[in-house]
Each structure stands twice: as structure tokens, then as C-alpha cells.
Design a protein. Structure first.
Length: 412
């Protein structure tokens, strides 16, 4: 039997009525002759509520219990989806991560998928089950504890199942009808892309576009999964949405294809550290051990053997970063005058494969921000992206201005 993976995000299973609508879509594919693996998220808002309860109970929580709590939202929707399908006379069964079993590392709250044995589910398909409904976002560690894959992790569950079961396609149903040139909530000039290259999607996701979890794009690229993003609220059709595909499959493309933003960034500066061999290692090793995800780094000009070191990290990791740096200072590994945290910044990035062969993109980005009177605090570039840190209050304005400046409302 040909097999499809269909993933429904939080807004698509937000209540019983929406679960019914999603189930109808699954029914249409089953009627075409597909076996289907449905991956479900928790109902919209539920995971945030669960995270809130954990933080309220225990601010320095045990990550194993965090996962036990926050994974539970998906259990509810998996069972309800299976029941809804059964009510429609579609033979369906629900699976929690551990029942599959979806095997992961023990990195609680950010676990990586190691393996998905297909036997259990395939046996049920062979017995006549048409739909396996699997709770997204969760798995089981080698120690036998429940793990979660990081926020947005159901996307990764979906792509990993598509790879393991060699699905014909992996459809990600969400509240927008595809991948846009930027978040359509920030500007109504955002344009839906017919296709987007894996590399570009990977950059956009890792720079903050939450429409797909970064890891899901990595997996799709590695296993060549046909990945599609589409709306669960629009009419069903085989070529709806955006196809995430290999660069070679895209004929025309703009130099810049997307603008991403990340709201919750912090800029940390260590004032006056010794400029000597090993200083970067002495700073960034303890940060890494403390689980701080450092993104941009700048070492400023050195004067009389001392320099300032600036880095960015997510705002909710500032306390951890401060603790790690003060501990390193106390133990004599590093020395600095002060650690300044600017928590009112945001990151805005322009992404496009065309940057590899075209110069002038950075200049245009900086001129555009200058014309809006927006000060750039930190700059980072790679082959296909340019990112800047700016004051958070200008974030929307910067996204809109850059979207206009690069002509993203028009196709190539
Ligand atoms: P789900 O609950 O279905 O997983 P998410 O909220 O995780 O949905 O992701 C969908 C959201 O991603 C959209 O509502 C949109 O606001 C946001 N988004 C950010 N950047 C983009 C983009 N470039 N294209 C489409 N959506 C985007
Ligand atoms: N429910 C989880 C979250 O909100 C996983 C997901 O929906 O992808 O992050
Ligand atoms: Mg999501």
C-alpha cells in the first residue's frame, strides 16, 4: 500500500470540531487507497499551559518530569483523533511515542530521534488498520523515560516517520497555507512560495520562522522526504501549499527569498576580558556546558591586552549564562569587569541562495535599516544569510522595510 504521513498542528486540532475536519481530510486519502500515519500536536495553547504549570511548580525543574508533563497534550489529541476516525468507520489506532517505540537520546526537552522501528505499526496495517495516529513531539529514552523533541517537535516526528516508513509524501497541515516570504502575521505583503529549497527553509527555520522545526527540515533534506506545508482550513487539493524540495527543482528564484525574525534574543557583553590565547574557549566552554545556545559572537578590538566579548543567546537563557560566567570568574578561569545583558533586542535575517553569487545584499540591508533610523547592534553572515540584532521595538518595522526593499512581494 502507498503510505502518506499527515501532520496536524495545534490550531488544526484545537477542538473537537477541528479534529473532525482534520479526520475528514485523512478519510479522503484513505478512500484514495493510502495507508496513513497521522501525527498530532497538542490542542492549541495546551503545551504552553503545561509548561507554565511546570514552571509554577518548580522553577529549576527536573527535566525528566518536565517531559512527563509537557508531552501529555499530544496523548489526548492522538486518542481523540483515533476515536473520531473510528466514528467515521475508518479503522484507526492511536500510539504514544513509547508504544511505537520512538527511540530518542536522553537529552530531555531537546531529545533527538535515534530510531523508529516500523514492525509494530506495520503489523497493524497488515491486519487491516488504515490509520495509525501517533502522538507527536514525544519519544522514549534508553533509560525508559518519556522525552520530548523541543518546541515545534511534532514536525520532526512527522518527517522522521515519513523517512522510516518511506512515505510517498509528508504533509504538514497548519494555520497558514504554506511557507511565505516572511511571517504573514507581520506584513500582509508576505507572498506564499510555491516551492522553497531545503537549504533556505533550514536557514529560515533556524533563524526563527516557526512554521517548521529546524530539525524536521534537516531530516527531510537528509532522507529526501517530499515535504509539503499546507493549510488545514482550505479546500483539499494535491498541489496546494508549499513544497520544500531540492534546489535543482526550482527554476526561478529571487536573490533574497525570505525574511525571518526571532523576538526573544539577548545581547550579552563581557567588558574587559584578557585578550590571550584560549580566552574564547574559557568563555564559551562553560556556556556550552550550562546549556546556553550561543548564536552570534563578536570579539572587539583589543586595547592594552584587554577586549570586550559580545555574544547573543535566547532571553530565557540569560540567567543561566550569567551564572556560568560568574562561576568561571570566581574559579579564576576568566576575568572581566562587568557582564552587561541587553534583553530588549531581536534578530532579523535575510535568507537566499542567490546570495552565493550576488554581491550587494548586505549593503542593501544596511541602507534599508539606516533609512528607517534603525541602529544595528550586531551583524552575522553566512553564505546564504545576513542577520542583525536590533532593538526589539523596531523588529516589525525592519521586517516590513526589508521585505519591501528586496521586492519579496513579487515573484522572480
Ligand atoms: P502549528 O501549530 O501548526 O505547528 P506553528 O504556529 O508552529 O503552527 O507555525 C505556523 C506559524 O508560523 C504561522 O501561523 C505563522 O505565523 C508562522 N510563520 C513564521 N514565519 C513564517 C513563514 N515564513 N511562512 C509561514 N508561516 C510563518
Ligand atoms: N505541542 C508541541 C509544542 O507546542 C509540539 C508541536 O506542536 O509541534 O511545541
Ligand atoms: Mg509548529
Amino acid at each position: 500500500m502507498p503510505l502518506l504521513v499527515m501532520k496536524f498542528g495545534g490550531t488544526s486540532v484545537a477542538n473537537i470540531d477541528r479534529i473532525r475536519r482534520a479526520a475528514k481530510r485523512v478519510g479522503v486519502e484513505v478512500a484514495k487507497g493510502y495507508d496513513v500515519i497521522v501525527i498530532v500536536s497538542a490542542m492549541a495553547g495546551r503545551t504552553n499551559e503545561l509548561v507554565g504549570w511546570v514552571n509554577e511548580t518548580s522553577p529549576m525543574y527536573d527535566a525528566r518530569e518536565y517531559d512527563a508533563v509537557v508531552s501529555s497534550g499530544e496523548n489526548v489529541t492522538a486518542g481523540l483523533m483515533a476515536l473520531t476516525l473510528q466514528e467515521m468507520d475508518v479503522p484507526a489506532r492511536s500510539w504514544q511515542g513509547w508504544q511505537v517505540p520512538l527511540l530518542t537520546t536522553s537529552a530531555h526537552s531537546a531529545a533527538r530521534i535515534e530510531e523508529i522501528p516500523t514492525d509494530n505499526i506495520n503489523t497493524k496495517f497488515a491486519e487491516g488498520m488504515k490509520v495509525a495516529v501517533v502522538a507527536g513531539f514525544q519519544g522514549i529514552s534508553p533509560e525508559g523515560r518519556i522525552t520530548t523533541l523541543g518546541r515545534g517537535g511534532s514536525d520532526t516526528t512527522a518527517v522522521a516517520f515519513a523517512a522510516a516508513f518511506e512515505a510517498e509524501r509528508c504533509d504538514i497541515y497548519t494555520d497558514v497555507d504554506g511557507v511565505y516570504t516572511t511571517d504573514p502575521r507581520i506584513t500582509d505583503k508576505a507572498r506564499k512560495l510555491e516551492k522553497i529549497a531545503f537549504e533556505e527553509m533550514l536557514e529560515l527555520a533556524s533563524l526563527g520562522a516557526k512554521v517548521l522545526q529546524t530539525r524536521s527540515v534537516e531530516l527531510a533534506m537528509r532522507y529526501n522526504v517530499r515535504l509539503r506545508v499546507l493549510s488545514s482550513f482550505e479546500e483539499q487539493s494535491d498541489n496546494a501549499g508549499t513544497l520544500v524540495c531540492a534546489e535543482e527543482d526550482i527554476m526561478e528564484s529571487n536573490v533574497v527569498n525570505g525574511i525571518a525574525y526571532s523576538r526573544d534574543e539577548a545581547k550579552m557583553t563581557l567588558i574587559s576580558v584578557a585578550d590571550r590565547p584560549g580566552i574564547a574557549a574559557a568563555i564559551f566552554s562553560p556556556l556550552s556546558e550550562a546549556g546556553v545556545n550561543v548564536d552570534m559572537i563578536i570579539q572587539n578590538i583589543s586595547e592594552e591586552g584587554r577586549t570586550d566579548m559580545t555574544f547573543s543567546c535566547p532571553t530565557d537563557q540569560v540567567a543561566r549564562a550569567q551564572k556560568a560566567m560568574h562561576a568561571a570568574k570566581d574559579s579564576g578561569e576568566i576575568n572581566f569587569h562587568d557582564l552587561v545583558a541587553d534583553t530588549d533586542v531581536a534578530k532579523v535575517s535575510a535568507v537566499g541562495i542567490g546570495m552565493r553569487s550576488q554581491s550587494g545584499v548586505a549593503a542593501k540591508m544596511f541602507e534599508t535599516l539606516r533609512d528607517e533610523g534603525i541602529n544595528i547592534k550586531v551583524i552575522a553572515t553566512s553564505e546564504i544569510k545576513i542577520s542583525v540584532l536590533i532593538d526589539r521595538k523596531y523588529m516589525e518595522l525592519a521586517v516590513q522595510a526589508l521585505h519591501d526593499a528586496f521586492g519579496l512581494d513579487k515573484a522572480a
